[in-house]
Write a protein that binds this ligand. Sequence first.
Ligand SMILES: Nc1ncnc2c1ncn2[C@@H]1O[C@H](COP(=O)(O)OP(=O)(O)OP(=O)(O)O)[C@@H](O)[C@H]1O
Length: 251
Amino acid sequence: MTDQRTAAAMGTVATAEAPALELRGVSASYGQTAVLRDVSLRVAPGSVTALIGPNGAGKTTSLRVASGLMRPSSGQVLLYGTDVTRRPPARRAKGGLCHVPEGRGVYRNLTVRENLLMQSASGDPGETIDIATGVFPRLGERLSQKAGTLSGGEQQMLALSAAYVAEPSVVLVDEPSLGLAPIIVDTVFEFLKTLRTKGVALLCVDQYALRTLAIADHAYVLRRGEIVYDGAAAGLVEDNMFEKYIGEGTH
Ligand SMILES: Nc1ncnc2c1ncn2[C@@H]1O[C@H](COP(=O)(O)OP(=O)(O)OP(=O)(O)O)[C@@H](O)[C@H]1O
């Protein structure tokens, strides 16, 4: 989906300056527990932004607020400059936002083919299957299989294929490599790089922080619900910045 189409679906006009996605001063809580405190971040159109940080920092919660699965207690979410804070997830999805959640967002009782058609923007079965199997040939061999019986890696490929066949302009991916064999992790990162070449604005959370930074333009580090780094992804890798913000032992 182009920026202009997204803007039209959002009921606004795309401006060259507006970020594809912006969280502006977002705070969020689970019950009495504050999880995000005044989080602001921007994802430029056609760029990759890494959101990294230790366990429990609030990365998943940030993505949930961005896609509308969770309401912030204060602050705003903007898509191409339009305030969508009060819009439900389905409306944001229609406007070109695709959230691939942690833990494989597939319909387990539907076949691979049915899952792909559910995700499809065009609704054209032949075209949808061609696009998805072009990116992940493995899915082509399993079109009639129930998604719940796929291997973990195959389920992840199916979940990620939404980022193609739904034709989004903004994609949020949460831990796409979690629990996957190294060779499948390579496939996932190749896929994310390919997405970028299609002009999608990508916000990526992954346990492989260095690999994520390697494909990212910009990076944010979250710690205890606060942004503690906002700058170039490359800058975070240099000069021991990475160890300072995230700690040793992160790969
Ligand atoms: N449904 C919930 N109810 C209560 N607390 C929650 C809920 N979901 C998350 N939390 C808490 O909110 C904090 C942030 O969680 P979140 O999942 O956003 O962190 P994260 O940075 O994605 O962590 P990880 O890297 O471990 O996945 C954690 O302390 C977590 O325990």
